[in-house]
Design a protein around this ligand. Structure first.
Ligand code: GLC
Ligand code: MG
Length: 605
């Protein structure tokens, strides 16, 4: 059975220097997430820092990244590794100084890299001055957090206001003698929720955005947005029946603690702040694990985009080609018209891409995130195929792991995906001069590291580098999307433009070799040239003309380019120069571009 779905992608004019070009810089960007503790340590204390990041920005440029997002760098007791912020407008000394940050922004901008910072609006640290003053009932901070009286249970015990559960486990309420009341924390007790029904909170947090915009940042990744606002009746949430443990987050249905209407108003207010800056678009992207309609609602509530976590939440090692196809069409067909799609392969909260899918299938996922329309999101280390690192109970740092206890920490801890970036095969994988790092380095760093992989055309990084470069081509920037299930195991899609040629991606997501006919895509019999294929095998031809049948091994992928219209307008097809399994030169619309020249070429368009 063949299914064909065609999506029209809004074609953007990419006129460099024009205001329009400027404003749309983010719509097809390649975004890279840096987890600062684990990216690069410049001072040998075993924890990554801002100067370390600045020293490694060339890696981002070489990896065809347009913008990077920094997980939190603000002063923090580090209960939740920076997501518990004690001062929203400063830098934690472990990461450096405000001067280091300003330097990072300047160096990044000089390299044409946009800088996005993490904005964590749902909660502060309990060490934040606002919470300390709220504890003492000092105006106007008394009402900055969500304080409620307890209840008396039927058998005479004093208890929290209701049955709400924290994401990290245990009640979402903690008692404070100082206030003789409970405060709400949807995450750790050290992360009290801010009260967005208080206009002072709304204003203060908008000023936090202005503070960083005035430092020159290009936008925000906004943390834990569905949790911003709660139903003020403070009623019990209905039980799911999935567990009898009232401390388990899955105990209740989140009808009063997530996705509340007020949350979307708050988001709209932030957009107003971003739009005060008129020189270039300042963007906001929203972290929301929510159902489709609640997710899409962010597009119409001021967000530039809500993250598309489908590759994390909807598919796994065993998913079929049609599962992947469904996930693509789910986003493309539910996204409100005229918006930019995005594809997230992994992040600091989830098991690593290669661990979730296996090394071969992970490449298909990377291919999809990079070549589907819109924005690609790469978590640091996934471009070199880093795997989860096993961490002992003694070394476990993540509160979500620690709270689960010694027996269950392994399934809850997020530490395995947060270990140091593997730069090379020296001490601590080149991450730090210290052999003791905040989380241990993965034992596979001698082979899985950037330096080694750069020298191997078959490595994950070489693959990533080639495909991310293709993302910069006008075809992938502007082309329409057509997806086709060639059979029950083989998914393919085309990105086609009128004048710049087309890209065809074919992925065998099954366990057996498959032979597929690709001529369904192309009724003008143009020649296709192989751009990339893996694994290396002769069954994948370097060029395809009239007859477009290929054999693809299990987990095999192939990317072909066609020079659209070459047979019609008299231009000759390119002579293919082949290097290992990949083609390094091809005809690109009206110009011949060798891969390494693309970046230059695009900069001059
Ligand atoms: C987000 C972050 C996660 C953090 C949580 C609370 O989900 O990605 O790391 O623990 O919010 O701030
Ligand atoms: Mg909240």
């Amino acid at each position: 059975m063949k299914a064909v779905i065609v999506f029209c992608v809004i074609s953007l004019s990419m006129v460099a220097g024009s205001d329009q070009g400027n404003r749309d810089w983010w719509r097809t960007m390649s975004l890279y997430q840096i987890y600062p503790r684990s990216f690069k340590d410049s001072d040998g204390d075993g924890v990554g820092d801002l100067a370390g990041i600045t020293s490694k920005l060339d890696h981002l440029s070489e990896s065809n990244v347009d913008a990077f997002w920094l997980s939190p760098i603000y002063p923090s007791p580090m209960v939740d590794f920076g997501y518990d912020i004690s001062d929203f407008e400063s830098i934690d000394p472990v990461f450096g100084t405000m001067e280091d940050f300003e330097k990072l922004v300047a160096v990044a901008h000089a390299k044409s890299l946009k800088v996005i910072v993490d904005f964590v609006p749902n909660h502060s640290s309990d060490k934040h001055e606002w919470f300390q003053k709220s504890l003492q009932n000092i105006e106007p901070y008394n009402d900055f957090y969500v304080w409620q009286n307890g209840t008396m249970t039927e058998n005479g015990y004093f208890a929290p206001p209701n049955n709400w559960v924290s994401v990290f486990g245990g009640p979402a309420w903690t008692w404070r003698d100082e206030r003789q009341a409970y405060y709400l924390h949807q995450f750790a007790p050290e992360q009290p929720d801010l009260n967005y029904n208080n206009e002072g909170v709304v204003q203060e947090m908008q000023n936090v955005l202005r503070f960083w915009l005035n430092k020159g940042v290009d936008g925000f990744r906004i943390d834990a947005v569905p949790f911003i606002s709660e139903d003020v009746r403070y009623l019990d949430e209905p039980l799911t029946g999935r567990t009898s443990d009232p401390k388990n987050y899955t105990y209740t249905q989140k009808i009063y603690t997530t996705d509340q209407p007020r949350t979307y108003e708050i988001v709209q207010g932030w957009r107003g702040v971003l739009d005060e800056y008129t020189n270039s678009s300042k963007i906001m992207m929203v972290e929301a694990y929510a159902n489709t309609s609640m997710t899409m609602k962010y597009y119409v509530s001021g967000a530039h985009f809500p993250f598309n976590f489908g590759m994390i939440t909807d598919v796994n090692q065993d998913s079929t080609a049609s599962d992947f196809n469904n996930l693509i069409s789910k986003w493309m067909s539910n996204m409100p018209h005229g918006n930019a799609a995005n594809w997230v392969a992994g992040n600091h909260d989830k098991s690593r891409l290669v661990t979730r899918f296996g090394a071969e299938r992970a490449r298909a996922v990377t291919l999809m995130t990079l070549l589907l329309p819109g924005i690609s999101v790469t978590y640091n280390g996934e471009e070199i195929g880093m795997k989860d690192t096993w961490i002992s109970w003694e070394d476990t740092k993540d509160p979500q792991g620690c709270n689960a206890g010694k027996e269950r920490y392994e399934t809850n801890s997020r530490d395995p995906a947060r270990t140091p970036f593997q730069w090379d095969n020296t001490v601590s994988a080149g991450f730090s001069t210290s052999s003791k790092t905040w989380l241990p380095v993965n034992g596979n760093y001698k082979t899985v590291n950037l330096a080694t992989e750069k020298g191997d055309p078959n490595s994950y990084y070489s693959f990533y580098e080639a495909v991310s470069k293709l993302k910069k081509s006008p075809i992938v920037q502007n082309g329409n999307l057509t997806t086709k299930l060639l059979n029950e195991n083989v998914l393919s899609f085309a990105r086609e433009t009128l004048n710049d040629g087309s890209v065809y991606a074919i992925m065998n997501l099954g366990k057996e070799e498959e032979t597929v006919d690709l001529s369904v895509f192309d009724n003008l019999s143009r020649q296709w040239n192989l751009y990339y294929a893996t694994p290396v095998t002769d069954s994948i031809p370097k060029t395809l003309a009239m007859y477009k049948k290929i054999k693809l091994p299990s987990s095999g992928i192939a990317i072909y380019l066609s020079n659209k219209g070459s047979s019609c307008d008299g231009r000759k097809d390119e002579t293919i120069v082949s290097e290992s399994h990949s083609v390094i030169s091809y005809t690109f619309g009206k110009v011949n571009i060798v891969r390494d020249e693309w970046t230059k070429k695009l900069a001059n368009v």
